[in-house]
Design a protein around this ligand. Structure first.
Ligand SMILES: [Zn+2]
Length: 506
């Protein structure tokens, strides 16, 4: 039932040119409009929009509902956060809705309609028929139906444009009540009326984080997940990801956001040499300049370059570079920072010694869930990392005893109990580490009782725990265990979320 009616999985080629479509109307040929009522508050329209479009839904939390569409969705949303919108099955055999559901295709543009305005647009990157997924994301409506005809969306932009002139021009009743398909030629005639030069989102709809910046945590993570990197024989170039980690390290150690070219070259150059691909030249000037395309990066002191960025030119201009103010603001928050580091490492730096690299850029604590605990001194971060073990000292020994007694020393992951001559042995593991930089709390809801092996795996980010308590291997995403939980043990999801962020599963 979840795949039999699937309209189409995904079309890779459509996806690839979707990004270039803004260049001119020529390339827009064939793109249709899908006019989509967002729905009123009575049917939870605004709530659904916020949840599954603006914030996006985490695929890992929906694993059991994805069914046969899991792989396609994970491919469409490599960062694991999906933008989805659905329609309930049509009531009548013939209607605008039936036509629209049958005629829409990957590559089409959706216009969301609310209060006589178009309030957002988005690109269709996949179409699915999946009632289980729909129910998991949105529940059911008053007739026990669910929004099972699902569009996977990208390039979401919120704005506000009066819809009436467009609808009247198209001969569509106002207000718009039904899903309606507009052919490609008709769309071209009215395109200019719906393409505002400046999206009004930052004015009209502040991002859901409420931080007042123009960039949300999701925006940041999406930008990081979509870095343009040159692909070399050995894989994608590591210059940009390494540079970004270095820049996050600057923020984390409270250095200036912008770095002058000289400093940049002296610090980033050796990192590229030591951690870049073997066949890759050390050219810090490239990430210095080209990271601007990420939308997260500022270069000051130089307006434009003719040709490739020459080091002499950057020196001459006294150029400096670093995260944009908005990006830096988001990265000052601990969860976003942990997620960003985890995402960069897991997406782009597969074969790299992560501990060594993070150590070098001042982010040593992020290589493990426990972080670094000061052992009396203030030489944190300079401790020889190879000699650190995963079992960090725990502050409150009573809490340690309580968790071990509660589980009678059995591991919450595998259920094993290590026997000793006279008793049993287990370890208390903090989910969000006590040490710097994590600063997790020392309380029962942030503790697990684990066997030594799973303690090491959890601490070194080889396994993580999903929202549904599935214990997954980070390298494959496969479920290996279900976390065992005692009835008296409340585990806070936010600590697990932080740990998943470190794992690059944020
Ligand atoms: Zn175990």
């Amino acid at each position: 039932m979840n795949s039999g009616e699937r309209i189409s999985d995904m079309v890779g080629e459509d996806l690839n040119d979707a990004g270039e479509r803004q260049v001119g109307h020529e390339d827009m040929t064939g793109v249709q409009w899908i006019l989509q009522p967002r729905g009123t508050a009575r049917v939870r329209g605004p709530q659904h929009f916020r949840h599954s479009i603006r914030d996006g839904v985490r695929l890992s939390a929906l694993e059991s509902a994805l069914g046969a569409d899991g792989n396609a969705l994970r491919n469409l949303f490599p960062d694991g956060v999906a933008r989805l919108w659905g329609s309930t099955p049509p009531v009548r055999e013939r209607s605008d809705k039936v036509t629209a559901l049958a005629g829409r295709k990957v590559g089409d543009e959706v216009l969301f309609y609310a209060g006589k305005k178009f309030v957002a647009k988005a690109r269709v990157i996949g179409l699915f028929d999946n009632p289980a997924l729909a129910e998991a994301v949105w529940g059911t409506d008053e007739n026990q139906k669910t929004w099972q005809h699902i569009m996977a969306l990208d390039e979401v932009a919120e704005f506000e444009v009066p819809a009436e002139p467009v609808l009247r021009g198209l001969g569509v009743p106002v207000p718009l009540r039904s899903l309606t398909l507009v052919g490609a030629e008709e769309r071209l005639r009215f395109l200019d009326m719906v393409d505002p030069a400046v999206p009004a989102r930052s004015k009209a709809n502040p991002p859901s984080t409420g931080s007042g910046t123009g960039l949300s945590r999701n925006d940041l993570l999406r930008a990081l997940a979509n870095l343009k990197t040159h692909t070399r024989e050995q894989g994608p170039s590591r210059h940009k990801p390494i540079t970004l980690l270095w820049a996050i390290g600057r923020l984390a150690t409270e250095r200036k956001r912008m770095a002058e070219w000289q400093t940049f070259r002296e610090e980033v150059g050796p990192l590229l040499r030591d951690f870049g691909l073997a066949d890759s030249r050390v050219t810090p000037e490239y990430p210095f300049w080209h990271l601007r395309s990420s939308g997260l990066w500022d270069v000051e002191g130089i307006e434009d370059l003719k040709g490739p960025p020459a080091p002499s030119r950057l020196t001459e201009a006294g150029a400096s570079a670093g995260f944009s103010r908005d990006a830096a603001k988001v990265l000052r928050r601990s969860l976003a920072r942990a997620e960003a580091i985890g995402l960069i490492c897991s997406t782009y730096l597969g074969g790299v010694d992560r501990e060594a690299l993070l150590d070098r850029v001042g982010l040593g604590g992020y290589a493990s869930a426990s972080g670094e605990l000061p052992d009396g001194g203030d030489d944190v971060g300079r401790a020889p990392r190879r000699s650190r073990t995963s079992s960090q000292p725990v502050r409150d020994s009573q809490l340690v005893e309580r968790i071990k007694v509660m589980y009678e020393h059995t591991c919450q992951v595998c259920g094993a109990r290590v026997e000793t001559q006279h008793s049993h042995y287990s370890e208390a593991a903090h989910i969000r580490g006590l040490g710097r930089p994590h600063h997790g709390p020392d309380r029962l809801s942030n503790l697990l009782c684990l066997c030594p092996n799973h303690h090491v795996e959890f601490d070194r980010l080889a396994i993580y725990i999903d929202e549904d308590w599935a214990v997954r291997r980070n390298s494959t995403g496969n479920v290996e265990y279900q976390l065992k939980r005692h009835a008296d043990h409340v585990i806070e999801q936010e600590y697990l979320e932080y740990h998943r962020g470190l794992c690059g599963r944020g």
